[in-house]
Design a protein around this ligand. Sequence first.
Ligand code: ADP
Length: 256
Amino acid sequence: MSPTEPSRTDPLLRVAGLNKSFGDNEVLRSIDLSVETGKVLALIGPSGSGKTTVLRCLNGLEQPDAGTVKFAGGPAVSFTEKTTRREKESLRTRSAMVFQGYNLFPHKTVLQNVTEGPIQVQKRPKAEAIAEAERLLERVGLAEKRDDYPHQLSGGQQQRVGIVRALAQQPSLLLFDEPTSALDPELVGDVLTVIKELAEEGWTMVLVTHELAFAREVADTVAFMDGGVVVEQGPAQEVLRTPKQERTRSFVHRLL
Ligand code: ADP
């Protein structure tokens, strides 16, 4: 369950000058971010500010128009028309995403959902992938649900499966996209507890969240985005308690 240990000198992830447009809509403008190994970066900001798009660019679900992404121990991948498939693949395997809407396969069991990536994509031995999945399910209290289908689970249980599926890919970075915003309030706590335990264990994470109280609890650094730019970033306590920018201040004071 321990995260891969990269070099201690580099940040685990460094993003520089990331740009992304959808048609005429410039959604990300010159985004610079970095996350140190074992640390949690919370991305906060109003709806539509580009937070999800940042995660999707990191995970290869969207291709940035420009910018550089570098993971510790790997090459700096610059996005141009010439970026190769191989370079994009090399980034994709470094992170795993936990989605707002869980995104489990409805016709696969919990165990099949978790082992799909390791067996089909990573070509790991089946017995090993199953043993790992069982261990991870046990750890989030879902061992007995291994043969259930997603619709037989509560939202909170489905999201814990989503987290286990991400862990089973053995990434160096976990990406969480509003992991609790689709949940009924009484189910939020269990999922946040799992995320907090993973942070305490030393997993490196980028967490998009509206739960600022939770961000204050788990995040080491916070980046506030608005209108496709990072307005302010720094230590979590500073950005959330004494923000320097007026836009950050009014957002944080409304929600905290
Ligand atoms: P946030 O996560 O901060 O709410 P998003 O990254 O989801 O913001 O969206 C940023 C902007 O990008 C929004 O204006 C949204 O409509 C637009 N957008 C996101 N994904 C797409 C897409 N696939 N096609 C077109 N526009 C998109």
